[in-house]
Write a protein that binds this ligand. Structure first.
Ligand code: BDR
Ligand code: CA
Length: 305
């Protein structure tokens, strides 16, 4: 099993990502750390715990991390995720407790305890928690095995500004700290997540699956589709779930090596990822996804959940 910490800001698509990760028999989710992003921290940390409840994993520790980005003013995305952060799911008070430690301390402690390349990270929100951990304890970088980020945009253009993707725009300074830390990251950007959309015909296969979890998944995707239609006129992209697909079914993707940096100066390109044209650099930039293959994987995970 792959030992893993998930850092996220649920978020409807973060919620789908958590369903996939917690349903997978090959991922060992050691902790979930929450960050401010789509909605404020009290909601993202509650929403992560609601998903643990719904997946029958009240044993997974959930920690709250940074309540705001490093430098810029906070930005949220209720128009795509609802006021609660998980449109399509009625909020409830979860049984899964909020663990007492700070997420950044937990990231440092668990990475140090794991040893060289001992623990992987999936990051599907602004990178504030990861950057804070790296600034406090640079030695943890060599203990990161896989660093999988839902972040950035290149050829596809942005989703929150013409150039910038939400997670990077919401904390560009943190993203730049992470990408220049010496760690090799894999970036699932809008270039690839916009290829994987929950078009209505794809949802029918999920309606046929019995059980509460499949029904919840359908409600999440329907709600995300309504909001994406309202603002962008399209079906919802599978941003954050693509990180788990990358871990479980790499054959669904094409990728290339790249150097990636972030525009942190104020202006129209604030929060844009700059991606090298040459095929070198420390990071992996994912370029293509097999959307049908993704939905097959999602279906098999939900059927087994
Ligand atoms: C990213 O922004 C958030 O709104 C989503 O949860 C995803 O992580 C997509 O740009
Ligand atoms: Ca997210």
């Amino acid at each position: 099993k792959l030992p893993l910490i998930i850092d996220c800001d649920p978020g409807v698509d973060d919620a789908v990502m958590l369903m996939m990760a917690l349903a997978s028999p090959v991922l060992d989710v050691r902790a979930i750390t929450a960050v401010a992003g789509n909605v404020p921290l009290p909601l993202t940390s509650r929403n992560a715990r609601m998903m643990c409840d719904l997946m029958g994993r009240t044993d997974i520790p959930v920690y709250a991390g940074c309540p705001r980005p490093m430098v810029r003013t906070p930005v949220t995305a209720e128009e795509f995720h609802g006021e609660s952060g998980i449109a399509g799911l009625d909020p409830f008070s979860p049984e899964t407790p909020l663990a007492p430690d700070h997420a950044v301390t937990v990231l440092i402690d668990q990475l140090r305890a794991a040893g060289p390349k001992g623990l992987s990270l999936v990051v599907t929100g602004p990178m504030t928690n990861i950057a804070a951990a790296i600034v406090m304890a640079p030695d943890i970088v060599e203990n990161i095995d896989q660093l999988i980020l839902m972040a950035g945009a290149d050829t596809e253009g942005g989703n929150i500004t013409p150039f910038s993707e939400f997670n990077v725009f919401a904390d560009p300074h943190a993203a730049q700290i992470v990408l220049s830390s010496g760690a090799s990251a894999t970036l699932l950007s809008l270039d690839v997540t916009h290829q994987v959309r929950a078009v209505p015909e794809r949802l029918d296969a999920f309606r046929a699956i019995p059980g509460e979890r499949a029904a919840i998944l359908v409600k999440l995707l329907e709600a995300a589709n309504r909001l994406e239609q309202k603002w962008k006129g399209k079906s919802t992209p599978m941003h954050d779930p693509s990180t788990i697909a990358w871990l479980l079914a790499r054959e669904l993707f094409d990728s290339r090596p790249a150097a990636v940096s972030v525009e942190t100066n104020a202006g129209v390109r604030f929060g844009q990822t700059e991606v090298s044209r040459t095929q070198d650099g420390p990071h992996t930039w994912v370029t293509q996804a097999d959307a049908d293959g993704f939905f097959e994987l999602l279906k098999s995970l939900v059927e087994a959940a």
